[in-house]
Design a protein around this ligand. Structure first.
Ligand SMILES: C[S@@+](CC[C@H](N)C(=O)[O-])C[C@H]1O[C@@H](n2cnc3c(N)ncnc32)[C@H](O)[C@@H]1O
Length: 399
């Protein structure tokens, strides 16, 4: 959650709207914040917005409400299904209901129904509407946590070892009732307009380091990359991922975890060439390398170098796909390595400036969603509430 600093321009932010939270996502910013930030970007009516790290789709939802077109990407297929569900239309929901009816026919009378058998039945139905397909799957995500008994974990990426959903038994009637009722919860949670004025909202699986689509395509950007908390965003969705593996195709989880920006798993990566990073980031990496604590010059240097090289590759794509004059806002949070401050907003500004983007302003918030707060063994500095910064940028040159 983000609350404005007292006296900052953002103290004018509207209060957070209470909303039926279908899916508790710890890493998202509030919808009100996204609407406020989009307003501040001064986009043309019906303009096209991109979010390279779509997560639970808050930017997508805000665009749908405000009548902007939108393209979102996320590397984690779980978040892609959830993101699509959040902005689906009533027609998509109708089709998702029909898909559940088809599954009901296929599984009728199946003895000893399991998650795997229900997933197999779902796979038999042709996918004619991607959004409907995603909604039907996303509706089952809370059920995955119930079945595994993993609804409440202190740290979002800690689960018991060896959990599996495949052979979990299902009672046919109870399962179908629950699926339909969860679908209604998704319908309550979503934020979209059913009269979209010609705007198009799309969420795809994609890697921000590789491509964000066509050059000069977007009027605006609002996003939040993973922070330097060493939180494994992919592993944090393990129950949903296990369900998805039964109902749809999934990439290899270990490879996916390693491709994630800010992944704590760095061992499979070649040593990064940090030469092209801005000087202040190189100095920061040097300070980390020289720190006397254990693994500073090995694991931690590799972790931080990989993050900044990946962030630079992603920001290069951002600079490419924004139109000349297009504006963006990146929400980041600073952290500490031991007593060394990692000022992520400053790093983002250096990377952006290097790529021909102009820094307009930075608005600070005090955040209560710091992931380091859940780690009771974290360094004292790391456990204090963190400032979260909304960095506003503009592309003002050919790059
Ligand atoms: C901080 S969250 C975004 C939260 C989002 N703003 C919201 O309100 O829900 C970061 C997201 O980036 C995604 N991600 C990590 N590495 C990525 C990559 N290389 N390409 C695209 N998405 C990635 C993660 O899966 C995660 O969902």
């Amino acid at each position: 959650m983000i609350t404005p600093h007292e006296g900052s321009p953002t103290s004018k932010l509207p209060p957070r709207r209470s909303k039926n939270e279908f899916y508790r996502y710890y890493a998202g910013y509030p919808l009100d914040f996204a609407e406020w930030a989009l307003g501040k970007l001064g986009l043309p009516a019906g303009g096209l917005v991109v979010d390279p790290w779509n997560g639970s789709g808050t930017t997508a939802a805000a665009c749908a409400r405000l009548g902007f077109s939108f393209q979102g990407y996320d590397i984690n297929p779980v978040m892609v299904h959830l993101g699509r569900a959040r902005v689906a239309s009533s027609v998509d929901f109708e089709e998702a209901r029909e898909m559940i009816d088809c599954v009901a026919e296929i599984i009728a009378g199946v003895p000893s129904l399991t998650v795997a058998a229900a997933g197999q039945a779902f796979r038999e139905i042709p996918v004619t509407n991607e959004a409907a397909h995603s909604i039907a799957i996303a509706a089952l995500f809370p059920l995955a946590r119930n079945l595994l008994g993993e609804e409440k974990t202190k740290n979002p990426s800690w689960f018991r070892a060896g959990i599996s959903l495949r052979d979990a038994p299902l009672d046919e009637m109870v399962f179908l009732d629950r699926w339909r009722s969860l679908l209604s919860d998704v319908a309550q949670w979503r934020s979209t307009r059913d009269d979209p004025d010609g705007s198009v909202i799309s969420v795809e699986r994609g890697d921000s380091r590789k491509s964000l689509g066509r050059k000069d395509a977007f009027d605006g950007l609002l996003s939040s990359p993973p922070y330097l908390t060493r939180l494994d965003y992919v592993h944090a969705t393990l129950p949903e991922f296990l369900l998805l593996a039964e109902f749809d195709s999934v990439p290899d989880m270990q490879r996916l975890r390693r491709s994630m920006l800010g992944s704590p798993l760095t061992s499979g990566r070649p040593k990064e060439n940090v030469e092209r990073l801005p000087e202040d980031i190189k100095r920061l990496l040097q300070a980390i390398q020289n720190h006397t604590s254990k693994a500073s010059a090995s694991y931690y240097l590799r972790f931080f170098s990989t993050y900044f090289v990946d962030l630079q590759a992603s920001m290069r794509n951002i600079a490419k796909v924004l139109k000349v004059g297009g504006r963006g806002c990146l929400v980041v949070q600073s952290s500490h390595y031991k007593e060394i401050e990692i000022d992520l907003a400053k790093a983002v500004i250096s990377l952006a400036t290097d790529l021909g983007l102009r820094h307009i302003e930075t608005v600070e918030f005090i955040s209560k969603r710091s992931m380091s707060l859940v780690n009771t063994r974290a360094h004292e500095e790391a456990r204090k509430p963190k400032a979260e910064s909304a960095v506003f940028l503009q592309r003002n040159a050919r790059c």
